[in-house]
Ligand binder design. Structure first.
Ligand code: FAD
Length: 382
């Protein structure tokens, strides 16, 4: 595969760079809650007003309808200009809810929701995991009973990132009573303001409250909110996870590459205090970041693609992120880390522990790679 940018792509890059450098917010993004929502949506609105929202989304729903190469250019220039991290509260909207609606939604669902996302009028969260159903998602029990033209939802989700500030949720529930495993599930658009929904935020070890438990008590959701066919939610969910693990990595790996460059610069400034072992780790991580970039682009443009390809990218990204933030801690030293509580490396280091859990744990990604991509036998007598 050859991946090259055209003359037109380069002109687009120049234009994007000029706009970003003049418009990227100078304030740091708040970590969670309503302030994080307001900050993230303001940034989307600013992009939307200037015609930069939804680079590769279909023009029919308010996007620019440009190639995915242009989307990549946008991510690269955003990171270079110091734009807010793509892992902000709009991450689900832009990286998997919107793309899932584009791939599987009805005309009515697309026309209503996609322009709202692009205009910064709505935030989404993802309600897949349950207290006893994380890695084994197919065992989920939150139910949706069909009653006339509504589903009546009862149960509980957990680890729902930004549930406290989201307007809509990708909700995966069991709609066929008595069904087992992957069968009988539905992927439903849930309005987070509906009566019967209770959100209880959970604080993580970085001291940030950005995920939550969500309880559903006779929540009535119109059947027209089912995405794809009723009881066929597993296929839609696999589409969502495919986006979460592959295309979503585009923006994140660009950001990670910028982090390792910043670390290299920091090491150059402290050259007298940095030993050869640390320099070696930085050099290896820099090479791995370049390899991750090549791997991400290869996966994005692979044909035919499968929903499992993203697991390789997701796993490599997650473990590399942890290595890079560990290097940052070793380079800074404990005294510098403690002395500067607003230092952005410390929260990033703490948050990176979750990279090998969120979106499917490292063990689950390895299982998928082994079983679905390499065709190895299923292990452990499952
Ligand atoms: C920061 C963060 C944000 C998240 N945001 C969301 C969100 O917005 N929406 C959402 O729905 N979920 C979210 N999650 C939840 C995430 O998807 C789950 O935590 C993840 O899928 C693991 O599930 P679990 O926590 O139930 O762990 P478990 O499934 O109980 O796993 C426990 C351990 O057992 C291992 N294990 C389990 N099964 C196997 C197996 N078959 N083979 C080998 N090892 C196995 C796991 O790898 C893990 O180490 C988030 C998680 C994190 C950390």
């Amino acid at each position: 595969m050859r991946f090259e940018f055209t003359e037109e792509d380069r002109a687009f890059r120049e234009e994007a760079r000029r706009w970003l450098l003049a418009n990227v917010p100078s304030a740091r993004a708040p970590m969670g809650g309503p302030a994080a929502r307001a900050f993230a949506l303001d940034w989307v609105r600013k992009r939307h007003a200037a015609g930069w929202s939804g680079i590769s989304w279909p023009a029919a729903y308010g996007g620019l309808g440009l190639s995915y190469e242009r989307q990549i250019i946008w991510h690269e220039e955003s990171v270079a200009a110091g734009a807010p991290s793509p892992l902000d509260p709009t991450f689900v909207c832009f990286n998997h809810a919107g793309p899932t609606l584009i791939a599987c939604g009805s005309e009515a669902q697309k026309s209503f929701h996609l322009p709202k996302i692009l205009a910064g009028e709505a935030l989404w969260c993802q309600g897949f995991s349950e207290p006893d159903s994380g890695s084994d998602l197919a065992s989920l029990r939150t139910s949706g009973r069909v009653e006339g033209d509504h589903l009546v939802v009862n149960g509980q989700k957990i680890w729902t990132t930004h549930a406290d500030i989201a307007d809509y949720q990708e909700l995966l529930i069991r709609t066929d009573p008595g069904s087992q495993r992957h069968k009988g599930l539905s992927w439903v658009i849930c309005d987070m303001k509906l009566p019967g929904i209770t959100v209880r935020p959970i604080e993580n070890m970085a001291g940030v409250t950005h995920f939550a438990q969500v309880f559903y008590d006779d929540v009535r959701i119109p059947l027209s909110n089912v995405v794809g066919a009723l009881h066929d939610g597993w296929n839609v969910a696999m589409t969502t996870l495919g986006f979460e693990r592959a295309t979503a990595a585009t923006a994140l790996q660009v950001e990670l590459s910028a982090r390792i460059e910043a670390l290299s610069a920091m090491a150059r400034m402290r050259s007298d205090a940095v030993d050869g072992g640390l320099l070696h780790r930085i050099a290896v991580a820099r090479a791995e970041a370049a390899a991750l970039r090549a791997l991400t682009y290869k996966t994005l443009f692979k044909e035919p693609a499968t929903p499992f390809d993203g697991s390789i990218v997701r796993l490599f990204f997650a473990e590399l992120a942890q290595r890079i933030y560990r290097i940052a801690m070793d380079l800074l030293g404990p005294q510098n880390a403690e002395a500067s509580p607003d230092n952005e490396w410390i929260p990033a280091y703490l948050e990176a522990f979750s990279e090998t859990i969120a979106g499917g744990t490292a063990e689950i990604q390895r299982n998928i790679i082994g079983e679905r991509i390499l065709g190895l036998p299923r292990g452990g007598g499952r």
